[in-house]
Every structure is written in C-alpha cells, then in structure tokens.
Ligand binder design. Sequence first.
Ligand code: NAP
Ligand code: GDD
Length: 332
Amino acid sequence: MKKKALITGITGQDGSYLTEHLLELGYEVHGLVRRVALEDPHRRFTRIGHLLDKVTLHPASLESYPSIFHVVSQHEFNECYHLAAQSFVAESFRDGFSTMNTNINGTHYMLAALRELQPKCRFYFAGSSEMFGKVRETPQKETTPFHPRSPYGISKVAGFDLTRNYREAYDMFCVSGILFNHEGPRRGFEFVTRKITSAVARIKLGLANELRLGNLEAKRDWGHAQDYVRAMHLMLQQETANDYVVATGETHTVREFCELAFGEAGLDYNQFVRIDDRYLRPAEVDLLVGDSSKARRELGWQPKYNFPQLVREMVQSDLAAQRQQSSASSNR
Ligand code: NAP
Ligand code: GDD
C-alpha cells in the first residue's frame, strides 16, 4: 500500500523539494493550494510545474476551517506536512495581523481537522530558528528558550506550542522541526540569499549595476533545502514524536554570503553593494547557529551540501536562468 501524504505549502520552496523526495520514496502526494493558484498555474506553479501530473491538488485556504476540513475529509492520509505560512519576516512587521491569522489559525485549523477526522495521521509543523530570536545561548538547541523578535517569530512559537499541546492532550503524533535557514535555487526572491544571487546574475550580464541591502552583519546558519526536507520526513518515521533542531552548525554573515556569491561570478561585492535603510528591520535577529546533534544522532540525518556548494549552486542557477531569459528576449 502506497503511503499518502498531504503537504500544505506545496507551491513553496520546501513544498516542491519535499514533493520530489516523497515521490521518489513511493508516496502518493496530495497538496493543499489556494484556489487562485489553480486559476493561474503558469505564475503560481513555477516550482512544481514539472510535478503536476504526479500529484493531486486540493483548493483550500488557511483562513477557512471548513475548506481545510473538506480536504482532510476526502482521503485517509498517513502523514501531513504543514509548511504553508506567511514566511517572510520583514513582511510580518508590515502586516503582523495577517501573518498571525495565517500562521497561527492556519496551524490550529489543520490540527483541529486532523484530530476530528484522522487522529492517526502524523503531523509535521514547520517551526523555525526565528523562534530563538534574541538568542539566550549559542549554539541553539531544542532546550534553548525562545525569545522571538518579530510577529513571524511569535506566530511560529504559537504554532510550536499548539503542535506540542495536540501531542500531549490528544495523544497525536505531532512534531515540530526547528529548522534554521535553508536555501536553494528555488528560494523566493525576497529572501536575502536569492536577492543576492539573482542580482549577481543581472550585474554579471550588464542588466544592473548595484544591489541595495540592509544589515550586512547579521549571521545565519544557512543550509540547503533539499537536505532539510529529508529531515522532515525522517521525523515522521520515528517510534515516538519528538521535536528536532535541523542546522549545519556553521554561521556566516550576509557580508560573507555577498563576498562568496559575487566572487563566484568573478566580481567584487564592494563595488556593487549599497546599504539602504529601508531593508533594516525594527528588531533584528543578530546571530543564529544551530546544534543539530539530536537530529544527527536519532534520525541519522546529516547535510550533503556545505556553504560554498550552496552559494555556487544558487549563483550558477541564476546565471543560467538570466542568460536564457536574455537570449529569449533578444530572439523576439
Ligand atoms: P515559501 O517558499 O514562502 O512557501 C510558503 C508556502 O505557503 C507557499 O506554498 C504559499 O502558497 C503557502 N501559503 C502562504 N500563505 C498561505 C495561505 N494563506 N493559504 C494557503 N497557503 C499559503 O516558504 P518555504 O521556504 O518553503 O518554507 C516552508 C515553511 O517552513 C514555512 O512555514 C516557513 O515559515 C518555514 N521555515 C522556512 C525556513 C527556510 O529557511 N526556508 C526555515 C524555517 C522554517 P502560495 O504559493 O499560494 O503563496
Ligand atoms: N530579505 C532581506 N533583504 N534580508 C536582508 C537584506 C535584504 O535586503 N539585507 C540584509 N538582510 C538580512 C536580514 O536583516 C536578516 O538578518 C538576514 O539578512 C536574513 O534575512 P532573510 O533572508 O529574509 O531570512 P530570515 O532569516 O529573516 O528568515 C528566513 O529564515 C527563517 C529561519 O531562521 C525565512 O525563511 C523564515 O521563514 C525562516 O523561518
């Protein structure tokens, strides 16, 4: 019997990599998507266009309990990966209310629908290193206290607490992955890594001459999303439900990312990067670095990518895409 998985946020970076991983493992994959996505597939399915004939998509909204209830009532799922969220920290400062609504209520609706209809379905919640925020110890691990610094971080702490509460109160298999930043060529353009690598490609091809950024000294523990979705799956295969930190254990500044990314294209970042106060945040998370020894020990998880490989893959992918786009428009 094929295992059935339901993924919310299947159109996002992690959703697309997780879908590929689960299909390779022989799963039947279902995705919960917004109705607008089904109406505008060319723009909304850029990351899963190549998978559309292999998955079943269900329209629903994280803002509507009945729509989620309906999807969960359609099939018996073995596993549910709840990845959908307003995931951009800077946007959460601009509109904290909708971030909270989507991220907290959406998670609560998913858990409540599963409890009602399929309490045996295993549930994964996409927790975040943003929950550590103003860090109380370094490196951060499962026992490190949370001190979120943004509406996004607060919403993820609430999702984490909801997930733990459903585990403890209703004996459901519900876990949170506390994942540190993970990137790749499918990363959204608003996040700093992709903002940098896509700008490197435009600058290299003579289509731009500067890149405006905020805080260059912030430090992040950056891994590759393909490695991190393997950890999500492993968490749901354990005998007992448990929360895990997933991280590389290395930290780098945004400045270092710039240096490496521009260097990959034979450029000096000092000549192109400008500081723009518009990209500074009202409250910053200065330093993140994770201790994932529990995941490595209990899940047998370890990353395949290192930092230079991640940066190289992102730059090379953006260069190839930009070259293709430029030659297509010059042939028109
Ligand atoms: P992403 O690329 O921003 O994808 C977010 C997904 O959520 C998209 O599929 C989006 O659908 C969906 N979504 C957003 N609002 C929705 C709504 N109101 N109703 C239904 N779907 C909605 O994020 P990601 O990087 O893949 O991250 C996946 C999850 O992991 C998120 O919960 C994120 O907060 C968390 N996380 C990410 C990282 C990281 O470094 N990437 C680290 C820790 C935790 P549309 O395509 O329709 O917008
Ligand atoms: N986005 C962005 N744009 N960030 C910038 C910029 C800029 O122009 N300039 C400097 N930064 C700094 C931010 O201030 C932050 O310290 C760091 O770069 C990383 O920002 P993002 O790439 O936007 O990611 P994030 O760390 O805030 O959040 C991501 O990782 C979290 C896990 O720690 C997101 O994927 C979250 O969803 C995820 O939970």
